[in-house]
Design a protein around this ligand. Structure first.
Ligand SMILES: Nc1ncnc2c1ncn2[C@@H]1O[C@H](COS(=O)(=O)NC(=O)[C@@H](N)CS)[C@@H](O)[C@H]1O
Ligand SMILES: [Zn+2]
Length: 477
């Protein structure tokens, strides 16, 4: 679909680079005539498919996947006061069916608590029915008034994974939130995307929740992107939707719940953090094409080279790799450019000389080259691919370490958040947080930080001097 020439804007101009790469690497087409709604190109969709394949693999260990309706009757949606307050400005309503007015307006789910929990109330009878651990991957709708952006802030969230669990006790639900955070950590490790977990301040928690733990990635422009959240819902929704169970003594008890969500922001993060000025750089596990074979056709031995490429393709396929021969009538350089833009981790070149020497030239997406003896090509490719993934991971870790600043002096905050996040000492009270936000033009993103990149320390609040803990402050999407 997109033209295959001309260079990307430099990634230092992240916003332009990001918009251009969505087009040139054929991720999403932004020309759909409704603001905040975008179209997946097949290549982008293949990345989504592989990425959500990992997410399903992790969830399917101890969750079950299901599907609830999109439309929510107004009286259900309006039941949980906190929840409505948090979403009333973002909900789309369906008021007509064909030519007739609907007697009950229907909300397009912004998230599915009020679609699912009336059903949970029907399903949960006794403690033997617990725990319930279900998830769905659906589209949700939020009438976002802030700046919409493909993959980052959509009005139709096309890839909304939402898990909703029910437990007998507050403690069990707390354990489940911990499990959810561990699953998110593992998921982002598989994408080689470093994240920082922290507990959102009360004024930023999910509407209707007791508390929210969030995963934040740090984007190339230094702004954080919330790429996942896990909420402890207490028994707030259980009381609203009458989700009760009979305990061992025959008493009726309200259940305790959690919910946790990831959207296509996970793809925005992996594209942005790994990409470079030549295009996407994809972790092998989610690359639509993992190995591209470029035959170097000369007059000499043209037949043999073409056949050798076919044999290599068959061998790679048999080894379970997603492989493609690029035999288009183009110069090799034009082919290299095409696949680098699409983030293909590994390229194999085979020409007459390589045939004579019994080797295959391999080049990874970073331009690292090696020649692999033909007879152990499979092992060589695997090893080269693993080494590439390690390289990808260490580059991302190095990058985020450079974007985190442990701030001792408050006046270091402004500079620190120009390129990333600052870790400051905060007493935990709202007034001091509001003062930090006002004074340094930042957001207090959270405390109770969990991150291997940040050494724990306590101290005095930078505003009031009282005993404090570390908090993440920064600018966010
Ligand atoms: N407009 C949006 N576009 C893209 N992703 C979004 C948008 N709004 C939220 N998200 C992502 O979706 C995740 C879950 O959304 S949420 O509101 O925090 N949580 C929920 O809706 C809960 N019901 C858990 S599923 C967020 O952490 C964020 O990463
Ligand atoms: Zn303070």
């Amino acid at each position: 679909m997109s033209e295959d020439s001309g260079s990307l804007p430099s990634k230092n101009n992240f916003s332009e680079w990001y918009n251009e790469i969505l087009w040139r690497a054929e991720i999403m087409d932004v020309r759909y005539p409704v603001k905040g709604l975008y179209v997946w190109f097949p290549h982008g969709f293949a990345i989504r498919k592989a990425t959500y394949g990992i997410l399903r693999e992790l969830l399917d260990r101890d969750h079950e996947e299901t599907l609830f309706p999109l439309l929510i009757p107004e009286y259900e949606f309006m039941k949980e006061a906190e929840h409505i307050k948090g979403f009333e400005e973002e909900v789309y309503w369906v008021t007509n069916g064909g030519l007739s007015k609907l007697d009950v307006p229907l909300a397009l789910r912004p998230t599915s608590e009020t679609a699912i929990y009336p059903m949970y109330a029907l399903w949960v009878r006794s403690h033997a029915d617990l725990p319930i651990k279900l998830y769905q991957i659906v589209n949700t709708f939020r009438y976002e008034t802030k700046h919409t952006r493909p993959l980052i802030r959509l009005r139709e969230i096309t890839s909304f994974k939402e898990a909703h669990t029910v437990h007998a006790t507050w403690e069990e639900a707390k354990e489940q939130v911990e499990d959810a955070i561990a699953l998110y950590k593992e998921f982002y490790e598989r994408l080689c995307v470093p994240v920082i977990m922290s507990k959102r301040p009360d004024w930023d928690k999910f509407p209707g929740a007791d508390y929210t733990i969030a995963a934040d990635a740090v984007m190339p422009d230094g702004r954080t992107l919330q790429v996942g959240t896990a909420h402890h819902l207490g028994d707030n929704f259980a009381k609203t939707f009458e989700i009760c169970y009979e305990d061992e003594n025959g008493e009726q008890q309200y259940a305790f719940q959690t919910c946790y969500g990831i959207s296509e922001r996970c793809i925005a993060a992996l594209i942005s953090i790994h990409g470079d000025d030549k295009g996407l750089v994809l972790p092998p596990e989610i690359a639509p094409v993992q190995v591209v074979i470029v035959p170097i056709i000369m007059k000499k031995m043209a037949e043999e080279v073409t056949q050798a490429a076919k044999d290599i393709e068959a061998e790679m396929k048999a080894a379970g790799l997603r492989v493609k021969i690029d035999d288009r009538p183009l110069r090799p350089g034009a082919k290299y450019y095409h696949w680098e833009m699409r983030g293909t981790p590994l390229r194999l070149e085979i020409g007459p000389r390589d045939l004579e020497n019994g080797v295959v030239m391999a080049a990874d997406r970073f331009g690292e080259k090696t020649s692999i003896p033909r007879e152990n090509l499979k092992e060589g490719v695997r090893a080269f691919m693993d080494q590439f993934k390690e390289q990808l991971k260490s580059r991302a870790v190095e990058r985020i370490r450079s974007q985190i600043k442990i701030v001792e002096e408050p006046d270091e905050i402004k500079e620190a958040v120009e390129s990333g996040i600052a870790i400051v000492q905060w007493c935990g009270c709202e007034e001091c947080a509001k003062e930090i936000e006002k004074r340094y033009d930042v957001s207090v993103l959270g405390d109770e930080i969990r991150s291997e990149f940040i050494r724990k320390s306590e101290g005095k609040c930078i505003i009031c001097g009282k005993p404090s803990k570390q908090a993440v402050v920064g600018r966010s999407y």
